[in-house]
Design a protein. Structure first.
Length: 574
């Protein structure tokens, strides 16, 4: 019977023109030697692909085929089939309607799984056939390593396992076995964050539950988390890994974790903050690959890139990068330093902390607790005769004065400020107590930036924007008819976790000082007046740069609106 069945499969493949009689004979000969399934042999020999086999099997067993990628399965449907069952039998639930569960399966012989589901769920079960590759991809998408492993692990934990690390445990227990379940659990939380492309992991004890969120492309997403009873164990494990005092729960602490995962070295900056319901822990994932980015990869358009590259080649002066935390300021500064790092130049950085080690650059880690402040370090490094200095952040009058004095005595100085736009950096320095004539004579340029999500290339599709969106673009691109421009958005797919976005680039506001703007600074003009003058001289605002990238098909209008302030009156012509 088995031989007849296999022959019938071969006949079907011949009937639909996928294999010749000679190829079938070759495959059957190998099957007699190995005992392997005929379909697998045909694929291994390269005679057919998985889609061809799927069609033939469906014809043989009277089933329908399905393309799983066309489905966006609701979570409540996924929840009907446990992860262990789905992975064991290689099935994916697709929809539940009229008391019938429709599933996709890789094997038409998987009748046992169908019968078990009918009994357990008390409903009808309809099976459709899909390729094994589609099943595997969907299992990873909907169930993933994290869900299956963590779910099964938590079910197996005993009370003794749960309490292996308590709030009162001594630091000497750091040598606990690496096989302990909570140690595996923490490792999986970090691993899944890396696979998701997250920049931060937020672990937050709430009143009635334990919440875990990943920040992916700048947006927080909640993920399945351990139960509330594991809260202290998970947090204590992270504190041990990062070198914190696990007995100290009243004060904030900082630490660092170094790991080797997914074939690369990973650094995590860890912050623990006492809150009402327990310690909130944030792990910031430092991706060293971002250091290899050039200006174009950061998101600079060609014109701005050339202007910025000419500025960082200046012999002296201050170049400031502004923006909120997480806007990519450090990445931009490191990319600039890498660009100008030459053997004939001495570069020194002063940072808190040093996030990445750069080859050929002297980097100093500020330690305020022992008196090693930005100002103290800056006084000392000037005696090291550097050509270029990078200051992690100008925070106070003393640091600002030393930075300006360094710029005026022949050094090129890079630093950051926390301001909403580029022109505001000027008034911020003056508010710190720096005299306007020193600001005007030392600052060469200010670069404000934000990070916006880019459209997923896998599901990118054209769309027609609303009339109000067209009008908004026409206002920014004066005298241009935008109604015929092509716009894109992401439909949502497994690659982008159904968000329509994958990856981020920068949008920039490059403010270069000239004689007229310096004259305004001497008159203590407001940031609004400086901004207006800068726009008249051709400065593109953050929003305008974002809109230009919308028209280029890199991002969406809604994403630019989410990240930037609307420029009401100062929108110049692009």
């Amino acid at each position: 019977m088995a031989e007849d069945r296999r022959k019938f499969l071969g006949e079907i493949l011949q009937d639909i023109g996928l294999i010749s009689e000679k190829k079938l004979e070759t495959a059957l000969a190998e099957q007699r030697q190995t005992g392997e399934r005929l379909g697998n042999i045909l694929i291994k020999l390269g005679y057919i692909d998985s889609e061809g086999l799927c069609k033939a099997l469906a014809s043989q067993f009277g089933l329908k085929t399905i393309n799983i990628s066309e489905y966006d399965v609701a979570q409540e449907v996924i929840d009907k089939v446990p992860s262990s069952v789905a992975k064991k039998h290689k099935i994916i639930p697709l929809k539940f309607e009229n008391n019938t569960l429709t599933i996709a399966m890789a094997s038409p012989l998987n009748l046992l799984a169908l019968d078990n589901l009918r009994i357990v769920l008390s409903c009808e079960v309809e099976g459709l056939l899909a390729t094994e590759e589609q099943i595997e991809s969907s299992l990873e998408r909907y169930y993933g390593v994290r869900e299956e492993t963590i779910d099964s692990m938590l079910q197996e934990l005993s009370e003794q396992d749960i309490d292996f690390v308590s709030g009162e445990v001594a630091e000497e227990e750091e040598g606990i076995s690496d096989e302990a379940p909570v140690i595996k659990l923490v490792g999986l939380l970090i691993l899944e964050a890396l696979r998701a492309g997250a920049s931060d992991i937020h672990i937050e004890p709430l009143e009635d539950r334990f919440r875990v969120r990943y920040r992916v492309d700048g947006v927080l997403h909640e993920v399945p988390a351990p139960p509330k009873r594991l809260e202290k164990s998970v947090i204590s494990r992270i504190k041990i890994m990062s070198g914190m005092n696990i007995a100290e729960k009243r004060l904030p602490q900082d630490g660092k974790i170094g790991l080797s995962l997914l074939g690369k070295d990973i650094d995590l900056r860890v912050s623990a903050l006492p809150a009402i319901h327990g310690e909130s822990v944030v792990l910031r994932i430092l991706d060293k690959s971002s250091l290899l980015l050039g200006m174009a990869e950061l998101g600079f358009l060609e014109k701005d890139m050339k202007r910025f590259e000419s500025l960082i080649a200046s012999p002296n002066g201050i170049i400031l990068v502004t923006g909120p935390t997480g806007s990519g300021k450090t990445t931009t500064l490191y990319a600039a330093l890498n660009k100008i790092n030459q053997p004939d130049r001495k570069l020194i950085t002063v940072e808190e902390p040093v996030e990445y080690q750069l080859t050929g650059i002297n980097q100093v880690n500020v330690k305020s607790e022992i008196g090693l402040t930005f100002a103290n370090v800056l006084r000392s490094i000037l005696r090291q005769a550097p050509d270029i200095i990078m200051i992690g952040e100008i925070r106070d009058n003393e640091t600002a004065e030393i930075a300006i004095r360094s710029a005026l005595t022949g050094h090129l100085v890079f630093s950051t400020l926390h301001t909403n736009d580029a022109p505001s950096a000027i008034t911020r320095l003056i508010d710190m107590g720096i005299k306007p004539f020193l600001v005007g004579s030392s600052v060469q340029a200010v670069l404000a930036q934000r990070l916006i999500r880019t459209i997923c290339p896998e599901c990118k599709e054209p769309y027609t924007p609303r009339k109000d969106e067209i009008l908004q673009l026409e206002k920014a691109f004066k005298k241009k008819d935008m109604s015929k421009a092509q716009f894109y958005k992401g439909k949502g797919c497994p690659k982008c976790s159904q968000t329509g976005y994958k990856g981020r680039i920068g949008i920039f506001e490059l403010f270069v000082l000239n004689s007229e703007i310096r004259a305004l600074i001497l008159k203590r003009a407001s940031s609004a007046q400086i901004r207006e003058k800068a726009c008249k001289f051709g400065m593109k605002t953050l929003r305008q740069d974002g809109l230009e990238k919308v028209v280029m098909g890199m991002t969406t209008l809604s994403e630019v609106e989410r990240v930037t302030q609307k420029d009401v009156e100062l929108e110049g012509e692009i």
